[in-house]
Design a protein around this ligand. Structure first.
Ligand code: FMN
Length: 189
């Protein structure tokens, strides 16, 4: 089958749609929906978010050099979209979405109580790329909601959380597990 050759574009999907919380305290905080995010190193644990300088959150992150990546779920989907089309300049996003900021552990900005997993980050480098600046950060700590920890095995079952994915302009609930890391090469018993 022939392929169309398109002009360059951002076509790597699906991605998580995370809520990045930022600010110097619970009282002085905001959140921004971010899809341009990912892991960039395992050890030391490092990740990135790319943010347009025009965003209200951009200056907050730049001044504290900290942010928290909060994974999101199906039940948070409406808030994720809302926080991604409205600005903290004009609204108190906590009040408008009903999400709850909680005092951070390793950083001054809050994490989001309703998120199953929150990743506290310190910015190491800001790289200007064009429309977006990339905040390269080290992970200082990970806060996992005990609701998803199996008390018997200690396993963290993120699959039970109904994680949210973003693909080509639409949101999806992550569904059925079809394999485990390494299963393709495991011998059948
Ligand atoms: C699904 C989704 C993904 C988004 N991803 C990004 C992103 O990666 N980087 C960015 O700068 N803005 C992104 N945005 C837009 C911001 O979330 C949006 O401009 C927001 O209103 C900024 O809020 P603030 O002004 O309070 O910081 C995204 C929006 C949506 C809905």
């Amino acid at each position: 089958m022939a392929r169309q050759n398109w002009k360059p574009g951002t076509m790597i999907y699906p991605l998580p749609a995370v809520l990045v919380s930022c600010g110097s305290s619970v009282e002085e905080s905001n959140m921004i929906t971010v899809a341009w995010t990912g892991t960039i190193c395992t050890d030391p644990a490092m990740c990135y978010i790319s943010v347009r300088p025009s965003r209200h959150s951009y200056d907050m992150i730049k001044s504290t050099m900290e942010f928290t990546i909060n994974l999101t779920t199906e039940s948070m989907a409406r808030a994720v979209d809302w926080a991604g089309v409205k600005s903290g300049r004009d609204y108190d996003k906590w009040r408008e979405t009903g999400l709850t900021p909680v005092k951070g552990v390793m950083v001054s900005c809050p994490y989001i109580e309703e998120s199953p997993l929150s990743i506290e980050c310190r910015v190491k480098e800001i790289v200007s790329l064009g429309t977006h600046d990339m905040f390269i950060a080290e992970v200082l700590g990970v806060l996992a909601d005990e609701r998803y920890i199996d008390p018997a095995t200690g396993a963290f079952r993120l699959s039970d959380a109904g994680l949210l994915a973003y693909s080509h302009g639409a949101y999806y609930r992550i569904g059925e597990e079809i394999g485990r890391f390494g299963w393709s090469v495991k011998k059948k018993k």
